[in-house]
Design a protein around this ligand. Sequence first.
Ligand SMILES: Nc1nc2c(ncn2[C@@H]2O[C@H](COP(=O)(O)OP(=O)(O)OP(=O)(O)O)[C@@H](O)[C@H]2O)c(=O)[nH]1
Ligand SMILES: [Mg+2]
Length: 328
Amino acid sequence: MPANLPPQYYEAERRYREAKEPQDKLKILHEMFAIMPKHKGTDKLQADLKFRISKLKKEIQQKKKASRRDQYFVEKEGAACVVLIGAPNVGKSQILSSLTNATPEVAPYPYTTLKPLCGMMPFENVQIQLVDTPPISSDFMEPWLAGIIRQADLVLLVVDLLSESMLEETETVFKRLEQSKIQLEIEEREVNPLDGIAHKKTMILGNKNESEDSEENLTVLKDLYGQRFPIFSISAKGKKNLEELKKKIFDSLGILRVYTKVPGKKADFEDPVILKIGSTLLDAARAIHKDFAYNLKYARLWGNGVYDGQMVQKDFVLKDGHVVEFHI
Ligand SMILES: Nc1nc2c(ncn2[C@@H]2O[C@H](COP(=O)(O)OP(=O)(O)OP(=O)(O)O)[C@@H](O)[C@H]2O)c(=O)[nH]1
Ligand SMILES: [Mg+2]
């Protein structure tokens, strides 16, 4: 049986020959594999491509270990940092693209994203940083990815509700992260200095929720992980449930916003001071300036649960929306 390869295949093969970086070569091999029709006539070619992919992956991993070059970090910005992680092709980049102004590469084949890419997601009057990352699979995880996950305030574990191997892919992500001493959990916990394990607050995000098949997979996902994690489903491409998702993300970050004012003037509601839930007046002063906190005597407060201009002390626990007039 002849292979009957489409012209795009030959085009990709040409780019493969011209590519210099092993990472680029790997990406093009995946693309060629996706383009190639899968039938008896291409069996040999399929096996050959798989072999070349696995060989190249090994080479890249070994080179990384040896040189430790390609390190990536993320400069934290905005009210909080949320990292998108998951198996190949689940739609992480599409989610970044649908929720922010960032323009990541989105493609129908796996291993598209090679390095982290940030975008800012507006929600009400705050900006939340989203970080798109390369995929995690049984034989591949960027060594620097662990560092980015560790420093995030929330992990969004993206799952492809249309994938036939959804559960396998998801378990693989858990396992790979455990090898890097990261445990995905419902709540964030301090790193235990004895074992170095980071317990990261995680939400499972079922993507591609557009059909009956995806509904079925969502039920399976909820049965299996519903006790351990909040689970939410969207269609990043179909723009379904995205506004609700933004609210869910904000709510699970455990942050509150207070607004400062000076005596006789109105508060600035555009520019909130972002604090953790449970923060006190003193914490708010510290967030503004160390010296300011040192000199703080009391504050007057407006908003939820206080009467207008109520005088409060340093240990007063603030709520979302409070307007604070500091007195030093
Ligand atoms: N049907 C459907 N397809 C989607 C949706 N979101 C993404 N896709 C498609 O899924 C494929 C992969 O999307 P990407 O965003 O590149 O996936 P990724 O997780 O970033 O992939 P890697 O970077 O390779 O890990 C593309 O063909 C997208 O168009 C969705 O909500 N519904
Ligand atoms: Mg991607």
